[in-house]
Ligand binder design. Structure first.
Ligand code: C5P
Length: 343
């Protein structure tokens, strides 16, 4: 290897590196390599600022390791923020390029890093709007109705559009994942808030509705916490239908995005339901996926989708959510460039 990158680097791994441990594959490689080492720490802010960790960082720097990050921001643990977030991937890639370039000048082995510069900006000058995550529909001030959407697929689509040069607005329900780099992020709670944010963000060239919007909300959420009182029956919740954001945007006359893409998360008759949705929702494309518990799609890294358009149904192979996002945005760019025979 021309460089060894540790991303994310935990406090524990850095402690073991600083001590020269080699009792597992990672530390053995790090001790044995003659290549430069780049460390991207990621940990809880208290662990990062601890004297022991800071001592290890100084030791590793003296030993010749380079560091990138950590950055300040929200942690994976809810409610935690501070210095400890791993540097964003584009920052890490830029530092790798910089370090390999420096090696070239120094006469060490050099590999071409042209491929890391990213794809051509096929969506330059376009506005792509993406919804992502679940919605939270309040029952009372402390309780809400939600679902298992992680936001990973929607966020990956926003990131893919950004990489292709688009201006991207991501409207997301409550999620536990990081904002994609270089994207305008608007956070909402309920379906009604999401619809308002989507409408305000128009016009857009492409709109992708990947959010798992709650179908129903509580008609009149309790103003105060609903109390459990001994001897009384449990309260019943009176539900009313939420606005269908995809249908509202896809069926509007003026200001409809040129390309409207919906998702169909189903547990049965996946393709049949997606084909029906194409018509009832007025979408140009529906990306259908099976979210039965056995598929691990909700919250997982991988997805297996069917791409459904008026032209027919294409089963796509199982791939990461990032790859589904890239493929979808490449298709969107081709559509906008009016290469419709490819669609
Ligand atoms: O009808 P169903 O919920 O299965 O449709 C899924 C598609 O519709 C997704 O693209 C989802 O983002 C969108 N949708 C929406 N607003 C709703 C319900 C679903 O935008 N209220």
């Amino acid at each position: 290897a021309d460089i060894v990158v540790v991303a994310p680097a935990t406090a524990d791994l850095m402690a073991r590196m600083a001590q020269g441990h080699a009792n597992d594959l990672a530390t053995a490689v790090l001790l044995a390599t003659r290549a430069p080492i780049l460390i991207a720490p990621a940990m809880n802010p208290a662990m990062w600022s601890h004297a022991a960790t800071q001592r290890n960082v100084r030791q590793l720097e003296r030993d010749g390791a380079a560091f990138i990050g950590p950055n300040a921001g929200e942690m994976a643990e809810q409610g935690e923020a501070g210095v400890g977030r791993m540097a964003e991937v584009p920052e890490i890639v830029a530092r790798i390029e910089e370090m390999l370039g420096a090696n070239d000048k120094g006469g060490f082995g050099f590999i071409s890093v042209g491929a890391t510069r990213g794809p051509r900006p096929l969506l330059a000058g376009r506005h792509v709007l993406v919804t992502s995550g679940p919605t939270h529909e309040p029952i009372d001030p402390v309780r809400y109705i939600a679902n298992r959407s992680s936001g990973k697929q929607g966020h990956a689509i926003a990131a893919a559009a950004q990489r292709l040069g688009a201006r991207v607005t991501l409207i997301t329900g409550p999620v536990q994942i990081a904002d994609p780099e270089g994207v305008t992020v608007e956070r909402v709670g309920t379906a009604e808030e999401m619809l308002a944010a989507v409408t305000a963000a128009l016009p857009a060239d492409v709109a992708v509705f990947a959010a798992a919007v709650a179908d129903w909300r509580v008609a009149t959420p309790g103003r105060g916490k609903i109390k459990k009182t001994a001897g009384n029956a449990p309260p019943s919740l009176n539900l009313v239908e939420n606005p269908d954001i995809l249908r509202a945007i896809a069926t509007r006359g003026a200001g409809r995005p040129a390309l409207v893409v919906g998702f169909a998360a189903e547990t049965q008759t996946v393709v049949g339901n997606a084909q029906a949705k194409l018509k009832t929702k007025g979408a140009d494309w529906i990306v259908a996926n099976d979210v039965s518990e056995s598929t691990g799609v909700f919250g997982g890294e991988r997805n297996q989708v069917h791409f459904v358009s008026a032209a027919g149904v294409e089963p796509w192979p199982a791939m990461t959510k990032a790859d589904v996002a890239d493929a979808l945005m490449q298709r969107a760019a081709a559509w906008l460039a009016d290469v419709r025979e490819q669609v």
